[in-house]
Design a binder for this molecule. Structure first.
Ligand code: ADP
Length: 267
């Protein structure tokens, strides 16, 4: 797997990471962490070396989605006396979440600069080693963390997650436009439409577009970026996230196949 990034990496800790891929959304709750987790699992299952940073500082979900609530990463000293955080490994993925460093029941009332420094540490002060992909689950919106991450690290591209409602699409449009701003200028790898439709179990051939149809597809078209695919609303996706066993772990599952197709378009 080769790197798409043309600018040289200047951060020594990241020199062996081939592709840093951001997963972003305009709004919270659209399934950004679900997509980031399942994509990471799919890429790892296909043999890639994968890391996942949960940079959603105000609502880190990765500890829950990987059944690691309360887990604490350990650290090691390097020969030159630097302390490196050791990412926690689960399902073949190296994971770091700001949630590992905070009390899960307490809010994190950080101002922008503190949050930005914390995020930088997850990149620079961790023992990532060699990775084909480092997936970054960003907070929703277009805030300090986005600016820090996009300006401090060589990013291969961003994947945008949206749901089909107009209120979600309006914010996604802004989120997507941010990556295209000259000061940020990060390739948009494409749009994923999550919660695209609902299919009742007793009517497996029926698709109900309860949040509207094709909003993500049209958004991708209007920005001339690829449409990566749609994910339906499924109870197994919620259950997998809540129980720390994301759906993509079961490759016989139909939805795992959808994630594999999307991962193939991203990789
Ligand atoms: P975000 O990271 O955008 O805030 P999450 O990935 O945390 O969103 O998802 C919010 C909630 O919706 C979680 O409980 C998750 O399991 C659930 N969810 C996400 N996508 C789907 C889907 N396609 N079908 C069913 N539930 C979903």
């Amino acid at each position: 797997i080769t790197s798409r990034v043309t600018k040289p990496m200047d951060t020594t800790q990241l020199k062996d990471i081939r592709n840093i891929i951001l997963v972003s959304s305009g709004k919270g709750g659209v399934g950004k962490s679900t997509v980031a987790s399942n994509l990471a699992i799919t890429l790892a299952a296909d043999g890639a070396k994968v890391g996942l940073i949960d940079a959603d500082i105000y609502g880190p979900s990765v500890p829950t989605m990987f059944d690691l609530v309360g887990a604490k990463p350990s650290a090691r000293e390097t020969e030159d006396g630097k302390t490196l955080i050791l990412p926690i490994e689960k399902y073949g993925i190296k994971l770091l979440s700001l949630g590992f460093f905070a009390d899960p029941d307490q809010p994190v009332p950080w101002r922008g600069p503190m949050a930005s420094n914390a995020i930088k540490q997850l990149f620079n002060d961790a023992d990532w080693g060699e990775l084909d992909y480092l997936i970054v689950d960003l907070p929703p919106g277009t805030g300090d963390i986005h600016i820090t991450v996009t300006q401090s690290f060589p990013i291969a591209g961003a994947v945008i997650v949206t749901t089909p409602q107009q209120v979600a699409l309006a914010d996604t449009r802004k989120g997507l436009a941010m990556f295209k701003m000259p000061s940020i200028n990060i390739p948009v790898l494409g749009v994923i439409e999550n919660m695209a439709y609902f299919t009742p179990e007793e009517l497996p051939d029926n698709k109900y577009y309860i949040f509207g149809k094709d909003g993500g597809k049209e958004l991708a078209k209007s920005f001339s970026v690829p449409f990566l695919g749609e994910i339906p609303i499924l109870q197994s996706i919620t259950a997998g996230g809540d129980s720390g066993v994301p759906v993509a772990l079961d490759r016989t599952n139909k939805i795992a196949v959808s994630f594999a197709e999307i991962a193939g378009r991203v990789a």
